[in-house]
Design a protein around this ligand. Structure first.
Ligand code: AVJ
Length: 326
């Protein structure tokens, strides 16, 4: 079966693009400068992140993948009646593929903001699962997912791995998850599922090492956002004049990643500029960490009932299968 590609019209609409650009500029101009973390993932950024997942310090990906291997049979059993596997932030579809081969559902919907490798990856899967219809859907689902035109997934299994949910504040996370449980309500046959991976609260030194690794890959990943902004906005960030910083903020239960100005400097782009004093930071990412209880209450307040939770022996990472409440 061939792969159907659907691109959300909002992504190519000039008005929407101008608005997105304006949001980036507003973030740079706000008193505490910020850049939305999605901009970390241009083509090079995505490769740098893949490299990070192979670092000994970055336990997240490895731990999640081992957990998934352990519980895939149980998941397959519990998700036997689903109509669609909805892979959120599918990227190269590697994680989704493992579930897909086991589940062999009637439909696979791979969703990502970047078309870059999505279509190719989704097409590559078509041979492995000949009885599954595959749709590649390019859209930004950060503030809520909507089905693409003409597609409605009757009884979906949402797959949201990688602790990507951690990039949102708890309130934003609730809004996103709520949009997923709402989609389950729309369906005529009830009983949508969510399989989500979440990084757990742990001693600060482990988080510090994971987000400021010895090789400096995370520093490259973080600094690369400035190159991306140069291309995107036509800005003149001098990458050498900023340094990577990762701070474990136990009060907010998150790691804050930022870029600190090494000296007083002015950065320009067409139509604007921003002055940075020495030591002033641009926040590029928050990575929220949850307790098991906090995951439960996040899910419950978003219209899901947690069914099974799996954690590794160290209690570093959590996979949870939850059911949408009707
Ligand atoms: C892909 C968002 C889960 O927060 O751990 C890796 C990204 N940032 N190193 C994370 C990331 C710094 C990652 N997520």
């Amino acid at each position: 079966m061939s792969v159907q590609l659907i691109v959300d019209a909002r992504l190519s609409d000039p008005n929407c693009r101008a608005q997105a650009r304006q949001r980036v500029v507003n973030g740079l101009l706000s008193p505490l400068a910020t850049v939305p973390p999605t901009y970390l993932y241009d083509a090079l950024g995505a490769r740098l992140f893949t490299a990070i997942t192979e670092l000994p310090e970055y336990y997240l990906t490895r731990t999640e993948s081992a957990l998934l291997e352990q519980c895939v049979s149980q998941i397959t059993e519990m998700a036997s009646g689903i109509s669609s596997l909805v892979d959120l932030g599918a990227g190269d579809c590697k994680k989704g593929a493992r579930l897909l081969r086991r589940l062999q559902p009637p439909h696979y919907l791979a969703v990502d903001v970047s078309a870059e490798c999505l279509l190719e990856a989704a097409s590559g899967l078509a041979r492995d699962v000949p009885n599954t219809a595959i749709t590649a859907f390019v859209t930004d689902f950060a503030s809520g997912l909507r089905w693409p035109d003409g597609v409605c997934c009757e009884r979906p299994l949402f797959f949201y791995p990688g602790s990507s949910i951690g990039n949102f504040s708890p309130e934003e996370a609730r809004t996103l998850l709520r949009s997923l449980s709402d989609l389950c309500q729309q369906a005529t046959t009830r009983g949508g599922l969510l399989l989500i991976g979440v990084d757990l609260v742990k001693p600060a030194h482990l988080l510090q090492a994971a987000y400021d690794d010895a090789l400096g890959l995370t520093a490259c990943f973080n600094l690369n956002v400035l190159r991306h902004l140069n291309t995107l906005l036509g800005a003149d960030f001098d990458v050498r004049q900023f340094r990577h910083r990762a701070v474990v903020d136990t009060r907010h239960s998150r790691v804050e990643m930022s870029l600190v100005s090494r000296r007083h400097q002015v950065v320009h782009w067409p139509g604007g500029q921003r002055r940075f004093s020495e030591g002033e930071a641009i926040v590029t990412e928050h990575s929220h960490k949850y307790t098991r209880e906090a995951v439960d209450s996040l899910l419950r307040s978003s219209g899901f009932e947690p069914r099974v939770q799996w954690t590794d022996d160290h209690g570093h990472y959590l996979l949870c299968l939850a059911e949408a409440l009707c």
